[in-house]
Design a protein. Structure first.
Length: 285
């Protein structure tokens, strides 16, 4: 595999329809919003979905969710300890190289490997990996309407119980929102982790198909959709311009005659031209 040699920037447009894209556990699992009512999706949530897609595509990943665990390890420490048992954490360079070679998410996003002093061949220090793929938290283009509904049960939980409709809790969702995800891939960090051109294509495909196999009661199939992926590949390592300028070149504006957006058709999307740098525009799946 060839190491990445050209900086990459990307912008992803994601629509949410009657779903909770990212609940806040400190606020009753309500969809995340800022003080002005704009919806938010954390970068951690987006990276989790990318990791899941990496798994679906057959790649080994280090940070696995409990319901998608593809090996016998019940923790990150046990996975690292066993898989990298032939490499001492005291030799940082070899340890980082082995971890990056084994796990795609480590060489993409980086990882902190923390060790207790009692661990074999560990000094109690930690080994950190800086990954080349950075992702901003997503923010909606317009303020979102958050709705809630009460959930009840109408069956017996235990034998002999009297059938009743007892309150079980609340379910929260965004009626409609169009979110913008921004990110970049840094060549200098890619060289350190061994992140390759082929890996960048995996990231691109993961973003394009972000919500495949992601359905849940909070996000039913079809309620979240990748509308567009804008992918810029620069002609050099450092980039022809800053990531900020590239990200600002995409303008998503609510149409003046629309009071409450209900689809991407209620927005006008334009892209500023940047000399010598043209995006690849992909539709979601």
């Amino acid at each position: 595999m060839s190491t990445l040699s050209n900086k990459i920037d990307f912008v992803l447009l994601v629509s949410v329809n009657m779903a909770n894209p990212n609940g806040d556990p400190l606020n009753g699992n309500m969809p995340r919003t800022d003080y002005n009512g704009f919806g938010e999706i954390s970068d951690v949530c987006i990276k989790r979905k990318i990791r899941n897609r990496m798994q679906d595509m057959g790649h080994d990943i280090f940070v696995q969710s409990a319901d998608r665990c593809s090996d016998s390890y019940d923790s990150l420490s046990s996975r690292a300890r066993d898989v990298l048992k032939n490499v001492s954490s005291k030799d940082r360079d070899k340890y980082v190289a082995a971890a990056c070679e084994k796990w795609l998410d480590v060489r993409s996003f980086g990882q902190l490997f923390a060790f207790k002093a009692k661990d074999k061949d560990a000094s109690g220090d930690s080994v950190s990996v800086r990954g080349p793929v950075s992702i901003h938290q997503a923010v909606s283009v317009s303020p979102v309407e958050v709705h809630s509904m009460q959930i009840t049960k109408s069956v017996n939980s235990e034998p002999g119980e009297k059938k009743s409709s007892d309150t079980m809790g609340m379910k929260h969702y965004v009626r409609y929102g169009l979110y913008v995800v921004k990110g970049a891939i840094n060549v200098q960090l890619a060289e350190k982790t061994g992140f390759s051109e082929e890996d960048s294509n995996v990231i691109k495909e993961c973003l394009r198909t972000l919500f495949i196999n992601d359905a849940s009661s909070a996000r039913p199939d079809g309620s979240m959709e990748v509308e567009k992926l804008y992918w810029w590949k620069h002609n050099c390592k450092d980039g022809q311009c800053s990531s900020a300028k590239v990200h600002r070149s995409v303008h998503v504006t609510q149409k003046t005659e629309v009071d409450t957006p209900s689809s991407i058709d209620d927005y006008v999307i334009t892209i500023d031209e940047i000399d010598g740098l043209k995006p690849e525009i992909l539709s979601g799946c």
